[in-house]
Design a protein around this ligand. Structure first.
Ligand SMILES: Cc1ncc(COP(=O)(O)O)c(C=O)c1O
Length: 411
């Protein structure tokens, strides 16, 4: 591992485990390693710490602790909610979700389709927003559940969760939201929003990877996804992961305490980064609506260059960011989120997501702002799609420019 300082702008991918979280977990990896289900004191007393952690997660969501089910990750929570709704309503074979969900939903949808279920993937608008009239129309008498993310991991765009929940309620359909990207960034209140299920993942809020939560609204019938022991009130089998649950509890407490900081200091850092890049780099545009949006996320398109090349050069400078594109067998597929927003492939392929967090400083943003513009300039100088490259006659530059200008006017 290199000694180079890390400039981390990829908090939507994963977050650093907070030192306070490590401190809270340590006793449960060293002295208090018993099984919470044991009859004797040494194990049994651990149950009290699980209760405390559950209460902290409940406070983050304004839920009742009994409504909190610990799982292994956000993916499991999403799968479990959808699975339960379909398993308990066997006559209902239709599932509604959106085309910009995480693969935890999209791949589960494909899995269901292979088993004969019908899945509607709702389109989004060019700014990443959801037309709730389309959602309203997509719900059918045989729809078992609707699942729509609270905030998008690539663009940060926030969906109107309260309105979606109201539509689902009025039609007697269960509603699940993937809120994995939201804790500590937006205020979460399951009572006010009226969702039936909600997913969280520890590693997005400074707890370790491998711990998640599924909120299950009181009196909602639930069919476990992982069947086994009586843990989690019979809703999720498997011996409780005590250190991680305790750490997740501490992280939830910190997220709740730092929401104001994220909404002010982190938002100001993100806005400075975004406005500076947009105003200093030509042919650069934001993907997704300016608002409503997570305060930490900025997804920017740099025309005429490939995101993978930008990321490699940023990496050499110790800067971590990401693109939503997937590299499969040597070809780079543009992000499914940007494609669903009708961002043209050329623009999508040059898009980078910067996601900040409470550990980012003004100096980090200065460092990025010093390094990124020369990287883009250098790559454009050798890009076959820019005006100055000697190989330009081999490419349809006029078509690329026309496409670019049309996009620029529609943003
Ligand atoms: C919106 C969203 N949902 C679900 C997940 C999956 O969470 P986990 O990694 O805990 O399975 C992620 C992770 O990137 C995510 O961003």
């Amino acid at each position: 591992m290199s000694e180079q300082k890390l400039y981390y702008f990829d908090n939507n991918a994963t977050t650093r485990v907070a030192p306070e979280v490590v401190e809270a977990m340590m006793p449960f990896l060293t002295e208090h390693w018993g099984n919470a289900s044991s009859a004797y004191q040494f194990g049994h007393q651990i149950g009290h710490h699980l209760d405390e952690a559950r209460a902290k997660l409940a406070a983050l969501l304004n839920a009742d602790p009994k409504e909190i089910v610990f799982t292994s990750c956000g993916t499991e929570s999403n799968n479990a909610a959808i699975h339960s709704a379909l398993a308990l309503n066997p006559e209902k074979r239709h599932f509604v979700t959106t085309s910009v969900e995480h693969s935890a939903n999209l791949k589960y949808g494909e899995f269901l389709q292979r088993r004969g279920y019908e899945v509607t993937y709702l389109p989004v608008e060019s700014d990443g927003g959801l037309d709730i009239h389309l959602l309203d129309r997509a719900i059918r008498p045989d729809t078992a559940i609707v699942s729509a993310m609270w905030a998008n991991n690539e663009t940060g765009v926030i969906f109107p969760i309260e309105e979606i929940a109201a539509i689902c309620r009025s039609k007697g359909v269960l509603f699940h939201t993937d809120a994995v990207q939201t804790p500590g960034k937006v205020k979460l209140d399951v009572r006010a929003t009226g969702v039936d299920f909600l997913s969280l993942s520890g590693h997005k809020l400074h707890a370790p990877k491998g711990i998640g939560v599924l909120y299950v609204k009181r009196r909602t019938k639930f069919q476990p996804y992982i069947v086994g022991g009586h843990q989690e009130r019979g809703r999720r089998g498997g011996t409780e992961n005590v250190p991680y649950i305790v750490g997740f509890g501490r992280a939830a407490e910190l997220a709740l305490a730092k929401i104001h900081e994220e909404d002010t200091r982190v938002r100001a850092l993100r806005d400075r980064l975004e406005t500076t890049l947009l105003s200093t780099i030509p042919n650069c545009a934001r993907n997704g609506a300016k608002e409503p949006r997570l305060p930490n996320t900025s997804n920017l398109a740099f025309d005429f260059v490939e995101a993978e090349a930008i990321l490699m050069m940023l990496d050499q400078a110790g800067i971590c960011a990401s693109s939503g594109s997937a590299c499969t067998t040597g070809s780079v597929d543009p992000s499914h989120v940007l494609s669903a927003m009708s961002v043209p492939p050329m623009r999508a392929r040059g898009s980078i997501r910067f996601s900040l967090g409470v550990y980012n400083s003004d100096q980090d943003v200065d460092y990025l702002l010093n390094h990124l513009p020369p990287i883009i300039a250098k790559l454009r100088a050798i890009s076959p799609l820019t005006a100055t490259h000697p190989d330009n006659d081999k490419f349809d530059l006029a078509a690329a420019r026309k496409q670019h200008n049309e996009q620029a006017t529609s943003v």
